[in-house]
Write a protein that binds this ligand. Structure first.
Ligand SMILES: [Zn+2]
Ligand SMILES: [Zn+2]
Ligand SMILES: [Zn+2]
Length: 162
């Protein structure tokens, strides 16, 4: 899952206490929304947070089944896809369509609009805040009630652009 290019990139994944804290916060958000953070859901989110970059579903399925102590058991692909659907719906992860991969969300609030800066050289992806106001105004003019928005911007990251 590492960067494919030879430019130097810092590891953006979460480990140790930071990882546990992020998982516990996500579990709290689920509870507050009346949802359950089941073992497969938590495990998939853990894998995404550890990676700190977009991961393809089939890599998640492989990693899921790779747990050293058999934690979570062996997942059939639908288990992982259902967990990904749930995490996306909760705003804890996002699907990035243009590279068909999933990434853990860096914002804790559910149902926000996400904007991604995707590096075409190394594949790293950064989620940034996106003002919706312009699009919202255009939508209103068109009589359209705007729901979920995901923006995917392609280019070069700082490490690769230098
Ligand atoms: Zn997000
Ligand atoms: Zn890059
Ligand atoms: Zn690069």
């Amino acid at each position: 899952m590492g960067a494919a290019c030879e430019h130097h990139h810092p590891d953006s994944g979460l480990h140790g206490g930071g990882l546990i804290a992020a998982l516990d916060a996500a579990e709290g958000a689920c509870r507050a929304a009346g949802e359950r953070m089941t073992t497969p859901r938590r495990r998939v989110l853990e894998l995404l947070l550890q990676a700190g970059e977009p991961v393809k579903a089939y890599d998640l399925i492989a990693a899921f089944n790779d747990a050293p102590d058999g934690e979570g058991g062996v997942a059939k692909p639908p288990t992982v896809y259902r967990a990904l659907d749930f995490l996306s719906r909760m705003g804890l992860a996002h699907r990035i369509a243009s590279i068909s991969a999933y990434v853990a969300c860096v914002h804790a609030d559910a149902d926000h609009s996400a904007a991604f800066l995707i590096c075409d050289c190394c594949g790293t992806t950064r989620e940034v805040a996106m003002p919706r106001s312009g699009l919202e105004a255009s939508a209103r003019e068109a009589g359209f009630s705007l729901g979920h928005v995901t923006v995917e911007g392609h280019g070069r990251c700082e490490a690769c652009g230098a």
